[in-house]
Design a protein around this ligand. Structure first.
Ligand code: FAD
Length: 272
């Protein structure tokens, strides 16, 4: 339940996900997708990976940190140092830390034909991971196509392969993770994936999808003219920062705001 008109010395906006207590997002593309012994909440709450304390909801209250969930901030008045939630609750602060993160890039956002059909999955939130797990479990030995050759694409390629799906990866670059990997390192990973039976198509992108009478994806159409059979598609083509709430105000009032943009997982917490 959100506090109304409450004042905080430090106020952190953002929490890894607003609907549950903060958790470690990286697990969602790894052990969360294991066919057996999957790591699910509450086992991977924040800091488990680094061997620290599990930051369950009680941890926050024990430390005097108020954790306010289910609360989307719709309005930020930086001069008045006030945030207002969608439900109308107001929060004032001395110091604001903005950690609102990013949202996944969807192919529907960029107008790819047929991208709204069923069984096209994304992975950003725990809800996405749950949908993907259901999709995988419903289609053992299915044909899957992964779009994107970054972290998400590579991790999902491995995850779907160990779930016994037939996996084809498609990405436009000449090798995977081109911003991080040299061609030699990429060749090592691509070779390893090939040994595992994962097919890789480089230098092209998806330009459309076909679906059946139930709206389920059946084909992925590539820019180079190839058409791939698909029962499941996973898209990992990046994320865009949430900027709408504060962008204009930040440009105007940059000097008045002590802003820390977090590059790591943070919490939707209000610290007193
Ligand atoms: C599947 C997956 C696997 C990953 N694996 C790794 C990995 O192995 N290693 C690694 O280093 N990184 C990994 N990352 C990246 C890492 O998770 C991100 O860098 C990290 O989540 C960024 O944290 P953040 O707090 O800045 O943003 P986010 O985690 O995006 O959190 C933003 C929070 O702000 C909230 N919010 C946004 N707008 C509002 C609003 N108006 N009002 C209230 N709340 C709002 C959101 O609901 C959310 O709670 C992975 C990411 C994903 C999706």
């Amino acid at each position: 339940m959100a506090a109304i008109g409450k004042h905080f010395k430090y106020l952190i906006l953002g929490g890894g996900v607003a609907a549950v207590a903060p958790y470690e997002r990286p697990t969602l593309s790894k052990a969360y997708l294991f066919p057996q012994g999957a790591a699910r909440l509450p086992g991977f709450h924040v800091c488990v990976g680094s061997g620290g304390e599990r930051l369950l909801p009680e941890w926050y209250s024990e430390k005097g940190i108020e954790l306010i969930l289910h609360t989307e901030i719709a309005k930020a008045e930086l001069t008045a140092r006030t945030l207002t939630s969608v439900a109308g609750a107001t929060f004032t602060y001395d110091n604001l830390i903005i950690a609102t993160g990013s949202k996944v890039t969807r192919l529907t956002d960029i107008g790819v034909q047929g991208a709204d059909c069923n069984n096209i999955f994304y992975l950003r939130e725990i809800d996405d991971a749950d949908k993907l797990v259901s999709g995988i479990q419903a289609r053992k030995n299915a044909k899957s196509v992964i779009l994107g050759g970054g972290y998400i694409g590579l991790e999902l390629g491995a995850a779907l392969q160990i779930n016994d799906l037939d996996v084809t990866m498609v990405y436009p670059e000449p090798w995977c993770m081109p911003r991080l990997f040299s061609p030699e390192i990429a060749a090592f990973y691509e070779g390893y994936y090939a040994i595992k039976g994962i097919k890789i198509i480089k230098g092209t992108t998806a330009v459309g999808f076909d679906s059946d009478a139930n709206g389920n994806v059946t084909k992925v159409k590539l820019k180079d003219g190839r058409v791939l059979d698909a029962d499941i598609v996973v898209v990992g083509v990046g994320a865009r920062p949430h900027t709408t709430l504060l962008k204009a105000k930040l440009l105007k009032r940059k000097e008045e705001l002590r802003l820390i943009v977090s590059s790591r997982q943070a919490s939707l917490v209000f610290m007193q």
